[in-house]
Every structure is written in C-alpha cells, then in structure tokens.
Design a protein around this ligand. Structure first.
Ligand code: FES
Length: 108
C-alpha cells in the first residue's frame, strides 16, 4: 500500500503526522533526507510524532530511547537495567519514502 501526501504541513522541527487508511505515521525530514515511521513508539507507545532527530537517530520523548533512522534498531537505551523488563523494546519500523513532482509517497 502507498500513502500519498504533499510537502506542506511540516512543523518547525521537520515532522509531519499523517493519519490515513488506518495508519498513523510521521514523516521526519532533515536536510534532504526523509523517512517515515509509526507515530507511536515501539517501547511503550509514547508519542513518537513528537520525537527529536539527533545526530545518531530519533529520540522518543517519553523515555529517551534513540532509534537508528535507517534500520529502526535501538542505538541508545537510557532506561537502567534495574528496571528489568520495562527496559525492553522492539525495533522501530521504518518506511521507505519516494518523492517526485507530485509529492511524497510512503510505501507501507
Ligand atoms: S515510550 Fe518511547 S522510549 Fe518509552
């Protein structure tokens, strides 16, 4: 399935949330690079649509886990080991984006 959108509607931090066809995704744009992922964090469902792009990945605002924006793997998990299972998280699913003169296409 492909979801289409345009280049408008990005906030000042380069984020655009899209809710369409039962999906809730956020596109992140930094310089010329873009990717899309779920708007909810795979850790505990935190608001990843408010995530912050850092040099080494995308940081969730809830517990500050950082995910690699190419692979979706965890780069840093600051939750202490003493918190046991609470520390565990799945990977973030990253969706491919294509752009052309008609806009942005997200491959789901
Ligand atoms: S919900 Fe995102 S880091 Fe915990």
């Amino acid at each position: 399935m492909k979801i289409f959108t345009d280049e408008n509607g990005f906030d000042s931090k380069g984020r655009k949330r899209i809710r369409e066809s039962g999906q809730d995704l956020t596109i992140f744009r930094k310089d010329r690079n873009m990717f899309a992922c779920s708007s909810q964090c795979p850790h505990k469902g935190g608001p990843l649509f408010l995530g912050k792009l850092l040099e080494n990945g995308l940081m969730c605002p809830s517990h500050h886990i950082i995910f690699n924006t190419d692979t979706g793997k965890v780069v840093e998990n600051p939750i202490p080991a003493s918190m046991g299972d609470y520390r565990e998280t799945g990977d973030l699913k990253i969706f491919k984006i294509e752009t052309d003169e008609k806009g942005i296409k997200i491959e789901i």
